[in-house]
Design a protein around this ligand. Structure first.
Ligand code: BMA
Length: 290
């Protein structure tokens, strides 16, 4: 094993925190491994074997590993949806699996072909359709899109949600969804990563945007400044330095206290605490229109 980073996260029905961690082996290929903790901070119980392993015989797009899971609880189905990146020789693609307990999985395989990643399902249907946020790359463009489906397998009605800015902006070059969107009365609160490329390399930081509850491609507010970026030595240095990359969060029963579990420098897993209301207030006061 080389490194553990970029975990998906959720609360199990008994309140246990579950992380589905990306584990990179010494070939450079990743699989997913579950870690469970009663308090979400320490005493993690880690599965002794990989929890979800690439299966390239059945799913050839998983040949070079599976990465960066985003977990969404779908109350309507009574299941957790795990959307992850499958790394195929053609590039990254979006795959989907369902589970009730993170021990057995029902795999759907690839749902969006390469080059596409940074995907997560919304927790409820929009009208009669499921909605999936993702980040296709075409040409030099790497923007956030949303697509719709009635059966979770076939996706269409693709709409642009948020564009990378240009030039010297912190979120120029590339943007992508980080953890799944957070449902709030004010709208879908989206934490996204922006990549700035300079002579020193890439810098991954996080920003906030708010989208309409009924029409989630409609951006209501977008912050100009990043809210979280690499500062600590373990975020600055590692296999890929200057990266903070959350794929999951848990929200306490108060509906406000939020814990982000994030990969630092593609090397370790870290925890940052915040408040949903504080993020919404920040956007209200300092967010511009997109
Ligand atoms: C992104 C993803 C992440 C990774 C980040 C920095 O494109 O592949 O898995 O953490 O790059 O290397």
């Amino acid at each position: 094993m080389n490194s553990v980073f970029n975990p998906g996260a959720t609360l199990l029905p008994d309140g246990t925190t579950l992380l589905l961690c990306r584990v990179e082996d010494r070939r450079g290929h990743s699989h997913l491994c579950a870690a469970r903790s009663v308090n979400g901070v320490d005493s993690w119980k880690i599965d002794l074997r990989p929890t979800l392993y690439p299966d390239p015989e059945t799913y050839p797009e998983e040949l070079w590993g599976i990465e960066d899971p985003r977990i969404t609880r779908l109350e309507e189905l009574g299941k957790f949806a795990v959307v992850y990146t499958s790394y195929s020789p053609d590039g990254p693609a979006v795959s989907l699996a369902f589970t009730e307990d993170f021990r057995t999985f029902e795999r759907f395989g690839e749902i969006l072909s390469s080059d596409d990643k940074d995907a997560a399902l919304l927790s409820c249907r929009i009208g009669s359709h499921w909605a999936l946020i993702h980040r296709p790359v075409s040409g030099h463009k790497a923007n956030i899109w949303i697509s719709y489906s009635s059966d979770l397998r076939h996706w269409g009605s693709h709409r642009l949600m948020l564009e990378a800015r240009l030039g010297s902006w912190w979120d120029a070059n590339k943007i992508g969804l980080s953890p799944p969107p957070i449902a709030t009365p004010a709208g879908w609160l989206v934490v996204y990563h922006g990549v700035k490329i300079s002579a020193a390399g890439c810098m991954y930081r996080l920003g906030l945007a708010l989208f309409d509850l009924q029409t989630p491609e409609k951006c209501l507010k977008r912050g100009d400044e990043w809210v979280f970026g690499p500062e600590e030595p373990y975020e600055r240095q590692g296999d890929v330095g200057n990266v903070v990359f959350p794929c999951g969060y848990t929200i306490a029963p108060d509906g406000d206290s939020i814990r982000f579990y994030y990969g630092a420098a593609d090397t370790s897993i870290c925890l940052a605490e915040s408040s949903v209301n504080a993020m919404l207030e920040w956007l209200e006061q300092r967010g511009g229109t997109p």
